[in-house]
Design a binder for this molecule. Structure first.
Ligand code: DGL
Length: 265
């Protein structure tokens, strides 16, 4: 284990602003923990890159977070987790928390035996995802869909655009035809699309994402390692972004104490 103290921060990274959906859960559950977030927007999307490229970017982010004094690293990106977390765990002493598409809980709850998953190409093609889905009851049909273009539109502040609704309709219609009753969001950017997704799928289909589970897991691991911050003070939340910060400012509007800094990394 690294030589970290409980006062050190929780490090979080994603290919862009999507991981802030995880940060919000972590911040809500652990409000007095300092956090440092890396939005690697310059290199988004990770989902179309090779496994080697995703590992290299994850190394870069990990090393910067360790330099910033992180006591734990949350890989707030399904694509980076499914392609790189094994490498990171094998090569760094710091504890890592990852995020994977929640197909297991969806498979347990489905009544129609049909679940949909929307994720990046990098996630759906990964060995880790293949391994997880191979363990699902064979009676359950998993309808996989690559969300090509969605991350780019979100990063470019086009969440409510007509291009977005055209793409979402194209990706979700086959799932509706097949009568899914659960939709798994397998990318941390996608929770920001829930209002748009709801307009297309209605209210009856359950949408599942893993944000809350990741926050709980982070708390458990910190507690087991005796690294939970016990000081009751106001926390510092820093967001580094290596591209235009407009969308990050918009997403963090309700968190006025967050510090957003443009930085090259
Ligand atoms: N937020 C990342 C994920 O969870 C997006 C990946 C990408 O940049 O393509 O997969």
């Amino acid at each position: 284990m690294i030589n970290a103290s409980s006062n050190n921060s929780i490090g979080i990274f994603d290919s862009g602003i999507g991981g802030t959906s995880i940060w919000k859960e972590i911040h809500a559950l652990l409000p007095n923990e300092d956090t440092v977030y890396l939005s690697d927007s310059k290199n988004a999307p990770y989902g179309l890159k090779s496994k080697e490229e995703i590992i290299d970017l994850s190394i870069k982010n990990t090393e910067l977070l360790i330099k910033e004094g992180a006591k734990i690293i949350v890989v707030a990106c399904n694509t980076a987790t499914t392609n790189a977390i094994q490498y990171l765990r094998n090569n760094y002493q710091i504890p890592f928390i990852g995020i994977e598409p929640a197909i297991k809980p969806a498979a347990i709850k489905t009544k129609t035996n049909k679940i949909g998953i929307l994720a990046t190409k990098g996630t759906l093609n990964s060995e880790l995802f293949e391994h997880t889905s191979s363990k699902i009851d064979k009676h359950i049909k998993i309808i996989e869909q690559v969300g090509e273009g969605l991350v780019e539109l979100i990063e470019n502040n086009k969440i409510e655009s007509s291009e977005m609704s055209v793409l979402l309709k194209k990706y979700l219609s086959p799932m509706l035809e097949q009568k899914i009753d659960h939709l798994v969001l397998g990318c941390t950017h996608y929770p920001y699309l829930i209002p748009q997704i709801r307009k297309i799928i209605g209210e009856d289909i359950q949408i599942i994402d893993s944000g809350e589970a990741v926050a709980k897991q982070t708390k458990n691991i910190l507690s087991n390692l005796n690294l939970l911050n016990k000081e009751s003070k106001k926390s510092t939340t820093i967001f580094y972004i290596n591209k235009d910060e407009v969308i990050l400012e918009k997403i963090l509007l309700n968190y006025p104490n967050s510090i957003i800094k443009k930085r090259d990394f």
